[in-house]
Design a protein around this ligand. Structure first.
Ligand SMILES: [Zn+2]
Length: 122
């Protein structure tokens, strides 16, 4: 794996942490009166492609909390804006009009193994 791909894989893990925080906010909304299976929230695309800075894609992906939870059930799955998937790094698991779910190919997994959900929240 070359350096650009390695960096991209790291970025994806970072963006996922951001999305975990978004999800916390969404849970608060859910606690109010929002239907988690119906209401669309904006998550960040996790494609990890670096733009001007190093942090990557600023596309938003609209999906329900239920849909996002399904993605998070597996450590090596990421949600992307349609068209942002990269065949060399990932294979598409689910494709909809709003988002694409990809599975990391094995050679990228050492860099994404650290799921923030498993760690203490400090
Ligand atoms: Zn993207």
């Amino acid at each position: 794996m070359d350096r650009r791909r390695e960096r991209q894989a790291r970025n994806e893990a970072l963006i996922r942490e951001v999305n975990e925080r978004i999800e916390e906010v969404d849970r608060a909304a859910e606690a109010s009166n929002v239907d988690p299976g119906e209401t669309l929230f904006e998550f960040l695309c996790e494609c990890g492609v670096a733009g001007d800075g190093d942090v990557g894609c600023e596309e938003h992906v609209r999906m329900t909390i239920r849909e996002y939870e399904v993605v998070r059930e597996q450590d090596d799955r990421f949600v992307l804006s349609p068209g942002h998937e990269e065949d060399a790094l990932e294979s598409v698991v689910t494709r909809t009009e709003r988002y694409v779910v990809v599975d990391k190919r094995p050679e990228a997994e050492p860099f994404v193994a650290d799921d923030p959900r498993g760690a203490p929240s400090e």
